[in-house]
Design a protein around this ligand. Structure first.
Ligand SMILES: Cc1cc2nc3c(=O)[nH]c(=O)nc-3n(C[C@H](O)[C@H](O)[C@H](O)COP(=O)(O)OP(=O)(O)OC[C@H]3O[C@@H](n4cnc5c(N)ncnc54)[C@H](O)[C@@H]3O)c2cc1C
Length: 413
């Protein structure tokens, strides 16, 4: 599985040879498996290396927007995700007291050809890894990249923390916001930026929303400080509701919150959201396995590639979750990269073309997400009142301004 660096390996094929090229892909989250699947279709072998054991450490729910669903459709997984997840028919905004402020993201399927779909991250990840496996891609767990060796006229070598290594013709860093590959590409480059907000999230039983008659809408609430959201994410009665709370971190990081234990986290959430409209208190009371995350982004990097190594997904352009686009951008990256690889250009040029095509869109969305996060910070009572009134007027306008994100079709680009 992991040949030694001295084994004759698949470095740059000589002109005229028909040996298939091989990609080493670091990261088995979203961008990694999908890139492997598309590269294989493009005639390039791929091996995938994930730091964690199979299917652990992946928490929370997420929404895949129509632009990302097009990519899932292309690899035959859109219907399965719709069946195992929950179509989201709109995003409704409320004040802390429960007054409706407006609604966005309606009729997504009609307007963009695919719906927005809520799902458990684990469900998506398992489906992607299973698909990679069934397409004959080597997927290796508990392989944490430690360093990369890229010498002229030699295969590129990925060295793992357990002492093993693997060789390929090029390497794709799909290893997320804390990317180790990024350190190889830009040794003294910028670190992920902490946006000063902290996220809590988890699941609850479907019975929690029995009285709420929310249908397939996502319900979100702006408080004087912070934000709360909930909606259906699965047909499973035991964990069919996903919820999340976003709060100013006031300098406390996720690791500190995680160390508190579940009872204390629940108490913290109860206190923070005291007096918020129903069923928020009941959702918090039922919360178990609460996941806590720092809210980071990577606004811009000086470059996305170095020699035979390229960054994609969050490793290249991590976005805070306030635009609901990070996973969809990662899916788009995977499909567009494989498309460009098919042009048969020299590797460095392909990487440059990829960056030139993807960077403006990705960085625009990272900036929008950061801006959206600002309305979840702390306001005075009067400030929150004004924000809520402004939202009522602004939502229809800003909603139109977001359509470019969903209208992007990576198959057509
Ligand atoms: C709380 C929260 C909510 C979100 N909600 C949404 C949402 O609703 N919709 C949306 O589109 N996006 C959402 N996002 C963003 C989305 O999760 C990311 O943009 C997306 O997961 C990026 O995919 P990726 O494959 O690039 O990285 P990841 O999914 O992070 O995958 C990276 C993988 O690399 C592995 N890895 C890391 N280091 C190494 C190493 N050294 N060696 C080997 N493997 C390694 C990791 O274990 C991981 O499996 C949310 C993010 C957060 C934090």
């Amino acid at each position: 599985m992991t040949p030694s660096p001295h084994t004759p390996g698949p470095h740059t094929p000589s002109p005229g040879t028909s040996r298939r090229r091989k990609a080493l892909i670091i990261g088995g989250g979203i961008a990694g498996p999908v890139t492997a699947i598309f590269l294989k279709r493009a005639g390039i072998d791929a091996e995938l290396f994930e730091a964690w054991p199979y299917s652990t450490g992946i928490g929370g729910g997420l929404q895949i927007a129509p632009n990302g669903m097009h990519v899932l459709a292309e690899i035959g997984l859109a219907d399965e995700m719709i069946e195992r997840g929950s179509i989201c028919e709109s995003f409704d905004f409320h004040s802390q007291a429960g007054r409706r402020l407006g609604s966005v993201n309606r009729n997504m399927k009609q307007r963009f050809g695919q719906p927005a779909v809520n799902m458990c991250r684990t469900t998506l990840n398992e489906a992607l890894v299973d698909k990679a496996w069934s397409d004959g891609i080597g997927v290796h767990f508990e392989k944490r990249l430690a360093r990369i060796e890229d010498r002229p006229d030699q295969p590129i070598v990925a060295h793992f923390a357990d002492g093993s290594s693997a060789e390929g013709d090029f390497l794709i860093g799909a290893d997320g916001v804390h990317s180790a590959v990024r350190t190889h590409v830009i040794p003294d480059g910028p670190k992920p930026f902490n946006t000063g907000l902290i996220g809590f999230g988890g699941f609850g039983p479907r019975s929690l929303l029995d009285q709420a008659t929310i249908g397939q809408r996502m319900v979100t609430t702006f408080g004087q400080s912070g934000f709360f959201g909930y909606g259906f994410c699965s047909s499973d009665p035991s964990d069919g509701v996903m919820w999340w709370s976003t709060q100013p971190s006031h300098g406390t990081d996720a690791a500190t919150f995680r160390a508190m234990g579940q009872d204390q986290l629940r108490r913290h959430l109860r206190d923070f959201h005291a007096g918020w409209h129903d069923p928020i208190p009941a959702i918090i009371d039922a919360a178990e396995n609460i996941v806590v995350t720092d809210t980071l982004d990577v606004a811009t990097l000086p470059t996305w590639s170095r020699k035979r190594t390229l960054l994609i997904g969050d490793a290249a352009h991590a976005t805070s979750p306030h635009a609901g686009q990070g996973a969809s951008l990662a899916l788009e990256d995977a499909m567009r990269l494989a498309h460009l690889m098919q042009d048969g250009l020299e590797l460095g040029l392909t990487f440059q073309n990829f960056e030139a095509e993807r960077r403006p869109r990705a960085e625009k969305i990272v900036a929008i997400a950061r801006r959206n996060g600002n309305s979840k910070r702390e306001f005075s009572a009067a400030g929150a009142w004004i924000r809520d009134r402004m939202l009522q007027w602004l939502l229809p306008v800003t909603s139109k301004g977001m359509d470019f994100m969903y209208a992007y079709d990576p198959r057509a680009a």
